[in-house]
Ligand binder design. Structure first.
Ligand SMILES: Nc1ncnc2c1ncn2[C@@H]1O[C@H](COP(=O)(O)OP(=O)(O)OP(=O)(O)O)[C@@H](O)[C@H]1O
Length: 251
């Protein structure tokens, strides 16, 4: 369980996350949506300790996040950020192997390499395993970084805009994988997404942010209403239903 209490982030005189409190349920897929600059990545960053909070508290598995030892935390919680670039000349398989570091350091066992190869195949990168990541397209590289996060094999997986750069096929495969991580492996997946229909189709809960505050929080059906979406995004929405899930049309 991840509990957030009165979380706030200020930069000089700007408050970009403003008194956010949230109980993120375990073993579910939770999507964070909202306009540019609403504070989604900052909240995700504070949940993973990549961004220092200005005030408030984050409790992870009953213990204040600040009290976790870094390597121990990395065995339980993995994050994909938006700023993924490494300056080293690495192959996909070498990059993905970094995901095993919290567990095994640099001495990877046969089992670690099996997890690395399984993560590579989750992202359908088998044919690219020995390719250097700086010789890949943006979407292929994004999938390699996601594979590294998966190789960390944590109960909590935080993904900031994982579908960035991905085509429709790979974005859909990515979201199906997120569902499997949750349904088959019991993981909690927290994503930042701009594609609200991917959020609606594959999540259990949606948290919508606007101006640093929570604008809506609840099950997909509770949040995906024309009235709330208009308040969040400022455009008109129609909600249709496909396979029992809401589908938003906006114009
Ligand atoms: N290092 C920083 N210094 C100053 N302001 C920052 C810094 N990082 C983020 N901000 C500001 O904080 C606000 C929230 O940014 P954040 O990246 O959390 O938004 P977001 O909802 O993830 O947006 P997007 O959808 O565009 O990725 C923005 O107004 C941004 O300009």
């Amino acid at each position: 369980m991840l509990t957030i209490r009165n979380l706030r982030k200020t930069y000089e005189d700007a408050t970009v996350v403003d008194d956010v409190s949230l109980d993120l349920p375990h073993g579910k897929v939770i999507s964070m949506i909202g306009p540019n600059g609403a504070g989604k990545s900052t909240v995700l960053g504070m949940i993973s300790r990549l961004v220092a909070k200005s005030s408030g508290a984050v409790e992870f598995q009953g213990k204040d996040l600040e009290k976790w030892e870094s390597r121990e935390l990395a065995k339980h919680l993995a994050i994909l950020t938006q700023a993924n670039n490494v300056q080293m000349k690495l192959t996909v398989r070498e990059l993905v192997a970094f995901g095993r570091f919290p567990h095994s350091g640099s001495n990877l066992s046969q089992k670690d390499w099996e997890i690395v190869d399984r993560s590579i195949s989750y992202m359908e990168l088998e044919d690219f395993a020995e390719r250097f990541i700086d010789e890949m397209s943006g979407g292929q590289r994004q999938r390699a970084f996601i594979a590294m996060v998966l190789a960390q094999d944590t109960e909590y997986v935080l993904l900031d805009e994982p579908t960035n750069n991905l085509d429709i096929y790979h974005a859909t495969q990515m979201m199906k994988l997120v569902r499997r991580l949750c349904d088959e492996l019991g993981k909690t997946v927290i994503l930042v997404l701009h594609e609200i229909n991917l959020a609606a189709f594959y999540s259990d809960y949606i948290c919508a942010f606007k101006n640093g505050k929570i604008a809506a929080w609840g099950t997909v059906n509770e949040v995906m209403t024309p009235e709330q979406l208009k308040l969040i995004y400022g455009v008109d929405f129609q909600i249709h239903e496909i396979d029992g899930r809401p589908l938003a049309i906006f114009h």
